[in-house]
Design a protein around this ligand. Structure first.
Ligand code: FES
Length: 107
């Protein structure tokens, strides 16, 4: 039996994703927010685990993104909820950079 390759989704050129930028892509039918932060690309499910609000556009600082709805903070590198009212981690995805292009794929 052949294994299905995980779907790899192109996010864009690194030039178009400067530090501090965020972009939403769909990965395997699910919304994912890709965040450029301090020279790294992070990808998290674009749904807050508190009330399902999109994380896209939330403030990023100290390696965390803040949900704009009620202020929960999620760690970019692990997806862990660091402040209430969220308690559950948000799913994270893998990012890859290849020849100046950013990709995201399921972990
Ligand atoms: S929906 Fe994100 S903190 Fe409530």
């Amino acid at each position: 039996m052949s294994e299905t390759q995980p779907e790899r989704v192109r996010v864009g050129r690194t030039d178009d994703l400067p530090d501090g930028s965020q972009r939403e892509v769909m990965v395997a039918g699910r919304p994912v927010v890709v965040i450029s932060y301090e020279g790294q690309y992070y990808a998290l499910r674009n749904n807050c685990t508190h009330k399902d609000f999109p994380l896209l556009g939330g403030e990023v600082s100290n390696g965390r993104i803040t949900c704009e709805k009620h202020g929960a903070k999620f760690e970019l590198s692990t997806g862990k909820a660091k402040t209430l009212p969220a308690v559950k981690a948000v799913q994270i995805y893998r990012t890859e950079v290849e020849e100046g292009e950013v990709f995201v794929l399921p972990l």
